[in-house]
Design a protein around this ligand. Structure first.
Ligand code: FAD
Ligand code: 2HG
Ligand code: ZN
Length: 475
C-alpha cells in the first residue's frame, strides 16, 4: 500500500457510506458505480506497480453534468476524489492513496467535431489518444502528440499531465496545441473555455491552469486540440554510435541538415535497448552499439526526404559519428524500430521493480547521471539505463532492482534530485509530480512559486478534495 510504503497520513476527509453510494446511483446508472472489490482493484494500482490505493468506489460519469453533480456532492460531504484517465501515469498521480473515490473518465469518450480546415478537434476527455489519431488521419491530420502509452492514455490525462512524448520537438507541447478546455471545479462549477480559435486574448488564459495540474485544480471534461497536417512522407533512421558525445554532435548536425522536416531525435543507451531485446524478445534491426539514435522526418516529399536522411547517414558514417545504421520509409520497418524504442518503458518491469526518473538537464550534461548512478547502485541494481528525448533535453533514467527496498530508495532519493538541481535541471520533465515527487518539488521550484501554487489550489479547491497527497508538498 502506498500509505504504509511511503508513510503518509490520511487527511480528515469523510469516508464513503451506504447513503453516498445511493446518491451516486441516483445520479449515475447502476453500472457506472463500481463497488465490488475485484472491479475496483485495477483502478487502485498504477501502471508500474509502484503505488497502490485503497479506494472502495469507482464512478464512471458519462457527461459533464454528471461530473458536476458528483463533485458538488463530494465537496459538500468532504469526500476526496482521485481523477483517473487511462491510468498510464508514471508518478502515482492517477491512483488513490487511501479511500479517495476514483472518478474515471473512461465513458466520456465521444468525438464532438473536427474542423478539416483549421484542424480543430473537439472531444470528450476520455477519448483514447490512438483512437483520436486514427480518426483525424481520415481527414489528413495527426494528433500533435505521440507516446508509447497511446493505446491506453486519454487525451484528458495527456492534458492534465501536459504529456510531452516523441514528437514534441516538432509540434511543441500542449500549452501550444490546446485551443480550449472544459473543466469542472471542485465545487461542481463548470468552466467552459472550449473555443476553436487560434487567437483569443479575452482576459486570463484559464486553460493553462488545467494543463499539467494533474487533477488537483479541476476535472478536465472536454478539450479542443489543434491537429497538424498528416505528413505525406515519413522517414526513419536508426543509427549506432560509439559514445554520448557523438549523440550530441549528431543532434546538432541533424538540425542543420534536416531542418524543418526533423520530427523526432531520440536516443537510447545499450542497456535500454538490450533490456527490450532480452526481456521482451523484440528484434533489434542493427548490431550491438554503445548508444542508439533514432531520427524521424515528417515532410511532404518522400523521395526528397528519404534522400536527405540517407545523405545524412552517409555523411555522418564517413565523419565517424555514425558507426552503422538503417534508413527506411516502409511502415512495417518503421513500426519495428518505434516499437523497440517505445517498449523500453515497460521492459524493465520484468527485472522486478523499476525506479523511474524523468529529468531535463542541459544538453552537454544530459547523460552525466547515468554512469554516476551505475556506480552508486553497483551490486544492488539489475540495470541502470538512460534514454529519451534528446531534442528536448529530457532523459529517462530507469533503475531496475529485483524487488522494492527502502535501502535502494534511500540510495537514489534525494541523491538524484540533488544532482539534477545542481545541474540546473528539472526533476520532472514530462511525467509530472503526482504522488511520488511532491516532497522533492523544491529542487525545481522556489518557495515563492510553491506558495503561489498553494494559493491557486486554495482558490480553486478550498476543501482540498481533488487528488489530495499529490503535486503539492505538505506545508
Ligand atoms: P492517468 O495516468 O490516468 O492520470 C495522470 C494524471 O492526470 C493523474 O494525476 C490523474 O489524476 C490526472 N487526470 C487524468 N485524467 C484527468 C482528467 N480528465 N481531469 C483531471 N485530471 C486527470 N508521458 C509523457 O509525457 N511522454 C511520454 O513519452 C510518455 N510515454 C509513456 C509511455 C508508456 C509506455 C507509459 C505507460 C506512460 C508514458 N507516459 C509518457 C506517461 C503517461 O502516459 C502520460 O503522462 C499520459 O499523459 C497519462 O494519461 P492517462 O490518461 O493515462 O492519465
Ligand atoms: C518514454 O519516453 C516515456 O518512453 C516513458 O516517457 C519513460 O518509463 C519511462 O521512464
Ligand atoms: Zn518520455
Amino acid at each position: 500500500l502506498s500509505a504504509t510504503k511511503y508513510n503518509v497520513k490520511r487527511k480528515e476527509f469523510g469516508s464513503v457510506q451506504a447513503d453516498d453510494v445511493n446518491f451516486f446511483k441516483s445520479v449515475l446508472s447502476e453500472e457506472q458505480v463500481l463497488t465490488e472489490e475485484s472491479d475496483v482493484l485495477p483502478f487502485n494500482i498504477d501502471w508500474i506497480k509502484n503505488c497502490r490505493g485503497q479506494s472502495k468506489v469507482v464512478l464512471k460519469p458519462k457527461s459533464t453534468k454528471q461530473v458536476s453533480e458528483i463533485l458538488a456532492y463530494c465537496n459538500k460531504r468532504q469526500l476526496a476524489v482521485c481523477p483517473q484517465g487511462g491510468n498510464t501515469g508514471l508518478v502515482g498521480g492517477s491512483v488513490p492513496v487511501f479511500d479517495e473515490i476514483v472518478l474515471s473518465l473512461s465513458l466520456m469518450n465521444k468525438i464532438i467535431s473536427l474542423d478539416e480546415i483549421s484542424g480543430a478537434l473537439v472531444c470528450e476527455a476520455g477519448c483514447i489518444l490512438e483512437t483520436l489519431d486514427n480518426y483525424v488521419k481520415e481527414q489528413n491530420l495527426i494528433m500533435p502528440l505521440d507516446l508509447g502509452a497511446k493505446g491506453s492514455c486519454h487525451i484528458g490525462g495527456n492534458v492534465s499531465t501536459n504529456a510531452g512524448g516523441l514528437r514534441l520537438l516538432r509540434y511543441g507541447n500542449l500549452h501550444g496545441s490546446l485551443m480550449g478546455v472544459e473543466a469542472v471545479k471542485a465545487d461542481g462549477t463548470v468552466v467552459d473555455c472550449i473555443r476553436t480559435l487560434k487567437k483569443d486574448n479575452t482576459g486570463y488564459h484559464l486553460k493553462h491552469l488545467f494543463i499539467g495540474s494533474e487533477g488537483t485544480l479541476g476535472i478536465v471534461t472536454k478539450v479542443a486540440v489543434h491537429c497538424p497536417v498528416l505528413p505525406k512522407a515519413v522517414t526513419l533512421g536508426f543509427f549506432g554510435v560509439k559514445d554520448f558525445d557523438s549523440v550530441l554532435k549528431l543532434y546538432k548536425s541533424a538540425k542543420a541538415s534536416l531542418g524543418e522536416i526533423l520530427s523526432a531525435f531520440e536516443m537510447a543507451d545499450n542497456d535500454s535497448i538490450s533490456s527490450t531485446v532480452q526481456n521482451l524478445k523484440l528484434p533489434n534491426p542493427i548490431a550491438d552499439f554503445p548508444f542508439y539514435v533514432l531520427v524521424e522526418t515528417h515532410g511532404s516529399d518522400e523521395t526528397h526526404d528519404a534522400e536527405k536522411l540517407s545523405r545524412f547517414l552517409e555523411r555522418e558514417m564517413s565523419s565517424g559519428l555514425i558507426i552503422d545504421g538503417t534508413v527506411t520509409s516502409e511502415p512495417a520497418k518503421m513500426q519495428t524500430i518505434w516499437n523497440l524504442r517505445e517498449s523500453i518503458a515497460g521492459a524493465g518491469l520484468l527485472d522486478g521493480y523499476v525506479y523511474k526518473y524523468d529529468v531535463s538537464i542541459p544538453a552537454a550534461r544530459y547523460y552525466d547521471l547515468v554512469p554516476v548512478l551505475r556506480q552508486r547502485m553497483a551490486g544492488k541494481a539489475v540495470k541502470v539505463y538512460g534514454y529519451g528525448h534528446v531534442g528536448d533535453g529530457n532523459i529517462h533514467i530507469n533503475v531496475t532492482v529485483p524487488e522494492y527496498s527502502k535501502e535502494a530508495t534511500d540510495m537514489l532519493e534525494p541523491f538524484i534530485f540533488e544532482e539534477v538541481s545542481k545541474l540546473k535541471g528539472s526533476i520532472s520533465a514530462e511525467h509530472g509530480v503526482g504522488f511520488r515527487k511532491p516532497h522533492f518539488i523544491h529542487y525545481s521550484k522556489d518557495e515563492g512559486a510553491i506558495s503561489l501554487m498553494r494559493e491557486l489550489k486554495q482558490l480553486m479547491d478550498p476543501n482540498g478534495i481533488l487528488n489530495p497527497y499529490k503535486v503539492l508538498p505538505d506545508p
